[in-house]
Design a protein around this ligand. Structure first.
Ligand code: FAD
Length: 397
């Protein structure tokens, strides 16, 4: 006898959306999460239209909109001259109920899901449960984990690895995670300072070019997030120091110099992907399966798209269909991770961070050409809003 039909390791956005879509269809789920509270780290802040469309039926899209900031237009902005390339999401109003980017922290989604799942008798969320190892079997999977200092074991029919970039499930199975680390690291500061009062025409999402670097300024309900690459040779401690962080704030807005920094984080950025997302009865979703640059805000969104696709494939298998169906989940979501999400986010990474004048001119001309032509504008936004990758996924057999 198994302890649960499905066990999910990790209560991040991928793990909890999958848990929700499984219990909704009558599947019993146990979620094991290492932290003792739902993590509230400052990572994803952008929900794209394709994801909000998926979160409509559960009421989650509406609940997130209540907690976030709706951004119908976003832009590239040349800081010195004030020139702009403005992307207008209303070009997508025929293909989505949400023609905007929603700026809202990822923990708002996971907290909402944890609340909803707590009311579901089919779901058990065990916090403070750290996965140690996985023992795959022919018809079941055993996981060993630690909880409150005790060694515990748990048996399930299907195991889902949703335990993020450093996945212990992946390590326990000895799987390679091939790819590369991006040359530039990233720092994100969260401030309450009203940048909109200092910088004319600021929108909710801004990719801001200064002559020698790039800053992104993202609006959340009560705060702004300022993201940039520190100097290449700077150690993390200096890069995060108050003095150096304030220098960067002052470059974006001299009047903001000295503003209180609520949180500051340093990130190394990777692009990696598993060779397969399905390993017997252990199935991978989200950052545990693939990583990309956060430029353009696609990691969490694609993890949620994985979760939707996996629910659509796993439920029929649990109900008696041939497990070979899961191979289609692998083909669909691995293709999208590699050929859409990684391609687009790497292009964004390069576009945002370019500082060579002649290359910037080319990028700028291309952006202007896109925004001034309605067909190209819409086409560009179908990719950026992750609508095209969802459409393509459905065509992969
Ligand atoms: C600076 C930055 C900005 C970003 N901005 C965006 C954005 O705007 N939009 C976007 O779409 N994406 C963005 N991303 C990416 C996004 O944050 C990730 O893709 C997303 O969090 C992946 O979700 P996940 O559920 O797969 O993994 P995670 O969110 O990492 O969740 C994994 C969970 O597993 C738990 N866990 C780990 N190990 C164990 C273990 N051994 N046992 C039990 N539990 C375990 C962790 O505690 C965690 O709760 C950003 C990333 C960064 C770094």
């Amino acid at each position: 006898m198994s302890d649960s039909q499905v066990t999910i390791i990790g209560a991040g956005p991928s793990g909890l959306t999958l848990a929700w879509w499984l219990v909704e269809q009558g599947i019993s789920v146990t979620v094991l999460e290492r932290e003792t509270v739902i993590p509230s780290d400052m990572r994803a802040s952008t929900f794209h239209p394709a994801t909000l469309d998926l979160l409509t039926d559960s009421g989650l899209a509406a609940a997130l909109i209540e907690r976030g900031t709706v951004v119908p237009q976003w832009q590239y902005l040349i800081h010195e001259s004030g020139e702009r390339a403005v992307f207008d999401m209303s070009h997508l109003s025929e293909v989505t109920a949400y023609p905007f980017r929603l700026q809202c922290e990822q923990f708002q989604l996971t907290e909402l899901l944890a609340e909803k799942l707590a009311k579901q008798p089919l779901c058990e969320l065990r916090l403070g449960a750290t996965l140690q190892s996985v023992i795959p079997g022919e018809s079941q999977v055993t996981v060993q984990y630690q909880s409150a200092g005790e060694d515990c074991a748990h048996v399930c029919d299907w195991l889902i690895a949703a335990d993020g970039a450093s996945s212990q499930v992946r390590k326990s199975l000895g799987l390679d995670f091939d790819g590369q680390t991006f040359p530039k690291t990233s720092i994100t500061l969260v401030l309450e300072y009203p940048f909109e009062d200092d910088i004319p025409n600021l929108l909710g999402v801004n990719y801001v070019w200064l002559p020698d670097r790039h800053y992104s300024l993202m609006r959340l309900r009560n705060t702004w997030r300022l993201t940039y690459s520190p100097e290449q040779d700077q150690d993390i401690e200096s890069a995060l120091s108050e003095a150096i962080a304030q220098t960067h704030i002052a470059r974006v807005s001299p009047r903001a110099s000295g503003a209180a920094i609520l949180t500051r984080n340093y990130y190394t950025l990777h692009q990696r992907c598993l060779a397969r997302f399905c390993h017997g009865r252990t199935l991978f979703v989200g950052d545990a399966a693939h990583l990309n640059s956060p430029a353009g805000g696609m990691g969490m969104n694609s993890g949620i798209h994985d979760a939707r696709s996996l629910a659509d494939h796993l439920v029929p298998v649990i109900n008696g269909d041939d497990p070979l169906l899961l191979e289609r989940y692998d083909r669909r979501r691995r293709t999208i991770a590699q050929e859409e999400v990684q391609r687009l986010s790497a292009r964004n990474y390069a576009r945002h961070r370019e500082t060579e004048v002649s290359k910037r001119v080319l990028i700028w001309n291309e952006l202007q050409e896109i925004v001034s032509d309605p067909v190209k504008h819409r086409d560009f936004l179908l990719d950026a809003a992750m609508i095209r990758s969802r459409q393509r996924e459905m065509t992969i057999e």
